[in-house]
Write a protein that binds this ligand. Structure first.
Ligand code: CA
Length: 239
């Protein structure tokens, strides 16, 4: 079955290069040259979105924020705005990955494929464990709907990457997890200077807030990675 990437990009030449590269990996492309066109094509249910931040009719970050209110489709930002701060902002408002323009097309295809595998893994995992609600601290995670629910019953938005990482922590509470192990949870090749894991972890931390005793749910272990420091309970399935 073909998977489909929605390429949101106002430069026709870039669109062409992206779509022909994705085609080599069997990924079909849809094109949107503007934010308005993107909204029109979201109805086609793309498997991944490749988002240029500089569009004629919208600021890419605003667009991403609004997209996240409605969809958890994996998003890869592909932008000339590639400063560290732009990457961090992009990831914090819900992008799953970031590539600076111009990028190596092989790298782009590898990142897109990795997002697609992750989204698929998440879908099959939720089918395999349809009702295993997990509880920790003030939070519950429902793997069936991939929703994080607060004490007040309000759901909190989790992107594909944040969900994959949080699941990895909840599977192994009190065990140190290296950045390498966490990269594997993202089905991503580990590179020591890649800060994406740290950015996602700080995003999850901010989302979870503090525990009752004022400490963070996820602690940093110097030169080792991270550890989740709360008991995780599997709640009984109501029958
Ligand atoms: Ca542009």
């Amino acid at each position: 079955m073909h998977q489909t990437a929605l390429i949101v990009e106002d430069d026709p030449a870039t669109r062409h290069v992206l779509s022909s590269s994705l085609a080599t990996a069997g990924i079909k492309s849809l094109f949107a040259g503007s934010a308005a066109a993107m909204w029109a094509l979201m109805g086609e249910d793309p498997d991944v979105v490749i988002l240029d931040l500089g569009l004629p009719d919208a600021d890419g970050f605003d667009l991403l924020r609004r997209l996240r209110e409605q969809s958890d489709v994996p998003v890869l930002i592909h932008s000339t705005r590639s400063a560290e701060i732009e990457r961090i902002v992009g990831i914090e408002i819900g992008a799953d990955d970031f590539l600076a323009k111009p990028c190596n097309m092989r790298e782009l295809v590898a990142r897109v494929s990795s997002l697609l595998r992750r989204a698929q893994g998440r879908a099959s995992q939720s089918r395999a464990r349809p009702c295993g609600m997990l509880s920790f601290g003030d939070w519950r995670l429902d793997p069936a709907t991939r929703t994080l629910i607060g004490r007040d019953g309000q759901p909190a938005a989790l992107g594909v990457s944040a969900y994959a990482l949080l699941s990895c922590f909840l599977d192994k509470p009190f065990q140190p997890l290296s950045r390498e192990v966490l990269s594997r949870a993202l089905k991503r090749e580990y590179t020591p200077y890649d800060r994406i894991i740290d950015v996602h972890v700080s995003q999850i931390r901010r989302l979870l807030g503090k525990q009752a005793d004022g400490s963070a749910y996820i602690k940093t272990l110097r030169s080792q990675g991270y550890v989740f420091t709360t008991t995780v309970e599997q709640l009984e399935t109501p029958t």
